[in-house]
Design a protein around this ligand. Structure first.
Ligand SMILES: NC(=O)c1ccc[n+]([C@@H]2O[C@H](COP(=O)([O-])OP(=O)(O)OC[C@H]3O[C@@H](n4cnc5c(N)ncnc54)[C@H](O)[C@@H]3O)[C@@H](O)[C@H]2O)c1
Ligand SMILES: [Zn+2]
Length: 357
């Protein structure tokens, strides 16, 4: 496939099989210096691909330790110090080469260095390609919570390449794919049919599926940039999913990844959709078959509902003290601002637990 460009607000998202288009753009851009921010893994797996495409460009590498545990101000200090040591000035460019951690933190570090220098996102996980790198949200974790310190600022450009998928573990790959399933469920019966009939998702045309997911996201964001209505649909699976994720980070020895929690959330919110928004039972069965094929059911301990409900009280989508969720009438027909009650959560959790037996 030729490079494809999608314009979102004031920047371009470029999708490409390889990194040659990125190298070309870097050659034509007039920055004084180019810094690449990577973590241990992306230095190992992704940096060689970038170096190969950009052999004639002077790129300086800054590497940070991998993982959410390092998404904090201490790591930003390492980045800022390194930039100073390497004499970065206000016309330097930072290239964030990594997953959501590198993208969120690198964008934040760039936006605050010398009052803000340009950065581009080169996301290397599926999650960051379809979600974290799009939308301009930047930041780091602080004290009590995720992404508590940060800002909105758009990158100069986002460059997506499916060539990074090869080195992702199956777990990381599926983690990001949960968001693609979400886009298909809320956005397109055609995509849903394609994905639900595919046993090995990695055999699909990776670039085409990134494109389809991004086009659905762009259409929704363009129609409703300030999240007054339709954009809320992107939160499908996230009301219960976020609560599960938060619970498991705090209480589980093997915490769920974001996408794994969202997959469970989509199952439970689809179940509630049958009664509350008329989702046909046959479609619920389809959703169960597909999501449980890719996302093994997790054990949820007894008595967890009050804790989950507590997390749900803090959900950003809530209004006037009501817990609101996105339910579906059918594939491609989301309904947002649907109120959930405590009893709905109890029923959804029992439904999920029963799937195991
Ligand atoms: N800004 C937003 O709107 C937004 C949206 C969703 C999530 N996020 C953030 O994104 C982060 C999660 O993103 P993530 O799942 O990409 O996490 P991540 O950046 O930690 O990447 C996951 C793991 O994969 C490794 N990795 C990355 N690319 C690889 C590759 N090509 N091959 C092999 N290994 C590779 C990383 O080193 C890491 O160990 C969270 O901090 C979350 O808060 C932000
Ligand atoms: Zn999500």
């Amino acid at each position: 496939m030729n490079d494809l460009e999608i314009t979102l607000q004031d920047y371009q998202i470029v999708l490409s099989d390889d990194l040659h288009g990125l190298a070309q753009w870097l050659r034509s851009a007039a920055y004084s210096q180019y810094y690449v921010l990577a973590d241990d893994n992306t230095q190992r797996y992704c940096w060689p691909l970038l170096q190969e495409a950009c052999a004639d460009i002077a790129l300086q590498l800054i590497t940070i330790p991998e993982g959410e545990d390092h998404k904090n101000l201490a790591t930003c200090e390492i980045i800022w110090s390194k930039l100073l040591d390497l004499q970065a000035d206000r016309t330097s460019l930072i290239i964030n080469l990594g997953g959501g951690v590198v993208g969120d933190m690198g964008g934040f570090a760039a936006s605050t260095f010398k009052r803000g220098i340009d950065f581009i996102q080169v996301p290397t996980t599926v999650l960051s390609q379809v979600d974290a790198s799009i939308g301009g949200k930047l930041g780091v974790d602080f004290k009590y919570g995720k992404n508590l310190i940060g800002l909105f600022r758009n990158p100069r450009r986002v460059h997506l390449s499916a060539s990074f998928h090869r080195t992702l573990s199956d777990r990381q790959y599926l983690n990001g794919f949960a968001e693609i399933f979400k886009h298909a469920i809320i956005g397109s019966g055609e995509l849903w049919d394609r994905y639900r009939n595919t046993a090995n998702l990695r055999e699909l045309d990776q670039l085409a599926l990134l494109k389809d997911a991004l086009l659905i996201k762009k259409e929704i964001v363009d129609l409703d940039p300030f999240e007054h209505g339709m954009r809320k649909a992107l939160n499908f699976g996230h009301t219960i999913g976020h609560a599960l994720e938060a619970w498991s980070i705090e209480h589980s020895k093997d915490p769920m990844l974001h996408g794994e929690a969202i997959a469970a959330g989509m199952l439970m919110e689809s179940f509630l959709s049958v009664e509350k928004s008329g989702l046909p039972g046959t479609i619920l069965q389809e959703i169960i078959a597909v999501l449980t094929r890719h996302y093994p059911l997790r054990t949820i301990p007894a008595g967890i509902e009050p804790l989950l409900w507590q997390y749900m009280q803090y959900d950003k989508k809530n209004e006037k003290g009501h817990v609101l969720a996105v339910l579906i009438e059918n594939i491609g027909k989301p309904r947002w601002n649907m109120r959930l009650h405590r009893k709905d959560l109890n029923e959804a959790v029992s439904f999920y637990k029963n799937l195991q037996s």
